[in-house]
Design a protein around this ligand. Structure first.
Ligand SMILES: [Zn+2]
Length: 267
């Protein structure tokens, strides 16, 4: 890869990051979920509502030339925007280094994009939009059927086809949280887990398969408990379970990828 290709690629990843943070803002409940807004309107300053100039819309560059402030009202621009852009750039290069320019990298990048958006929507607003949740299931299913996304040699022992692998993953993930909620509801008479979480965890199951459900929920609840212990003051009335499921899945993916499970088992 030459330097021009590298810069273009970097710019592409940063732009996807910029798109991700825009989607998080526009899908937020305060924006009344106006789907058309997501596609058509140009970005405005959240404080003074002035349209953001063309050059200032360029990822990172825009942030730097405005010195991190809106050029009209001088309101500080949240560091969330440049940080998101950098996260997408790093993730993109990580996938290309590991998997090259393949369909595999592309589908992983798309899954990461949707999970990133869902993570922040759930974390801030306890909101998991159904279309995004379903797209996770769809990408997991198609990814496994066509590119063997998470299917490895150990699964050949069980003689599962990619279709059953993915569908069973969805059912196990969905039913796991559904059953916990059912038991909770029987005793407490209220829902303990949101319906969006069932579908999200089902979607995660369709990516990683039925056997990954237990380690992921273990990682997710451990991270949730740690968060509760260290950031108790941020704790509102409930924990954003969906966000921790997403975090748990990413940790699971990395542990599996770098074969770190063996070390944990030894410990
Ligand atoms: Zn402004």
């Amino acid at each position: 890869m030459n330097i021009i290709q590298l810069v273009l690629l970097c710019f592409f990843f940063l732009s996807v990051g910029s798109f991700a943070s825009t989607l998080i803002i526009r899908l937020s409940p305060s924006n009344n979920f106006k789907i058309l807004n997501v596609i058509y309107s140009r970005s405005n300053c959240i404080s003074c509502k002035k349209k953001i100039g063309f050059f200032n819309l360029i990822p990172i560059v825009g942030y730097l030339i405005q010195l991190g402030k809106c050029e009209y009202c001088k309101l500080a621009i949240s560091k969330f925007y440049p940080l998101t852009e950098v996260v997408f750039c790093l993730t993109g290069f990580f996938l290309i280094t590991e998997y090259g320019f393949s369909e595999y990298s592309l589908i992983m990048f798309l899954i990461f994009l949707v999970l990133y958006i869902l993570f922040f929507l759930d974390f801030k607003y306890f909101y998991l939009p159904l279309p995004l949740n379903l797209s996770i299931f769809l990408m997991g299913f198609l990814g496994n059927v066509f590119f063997s996304l998470a299917i490895d040699d150990s699964l050949l022992i069980f003689k599962v086809t990619p279709v059953t692998f993915s569908i069973l993953g969805f059912i196990f993930g969905y039913m796991f949280l559904f059953s916990i909620n059912f038991i909770f509801k029987t005793f407490k008479k209220i829902d303990g887990i949101g319906g969006g979480d069932f579908i999200l965890f089902g979607g995660i199951g369709s990516i990683f398969g039925p056997f990954a459900i237990w380690p992921i929920i273990f990682l997710a609840s451990s991270l949730g408990i740690l968060y509760y212990v260290f950031f108790e003051k941020n704790y509102k009335k409930e924990l954003p379970l969906g966000s921790f499921i997403i975090l748990g899945s990413i940790v699971f993916f990395l542990l599996k990828k770098f074969e770190l499970f063996n070390y944990i088992l030894v410990l």
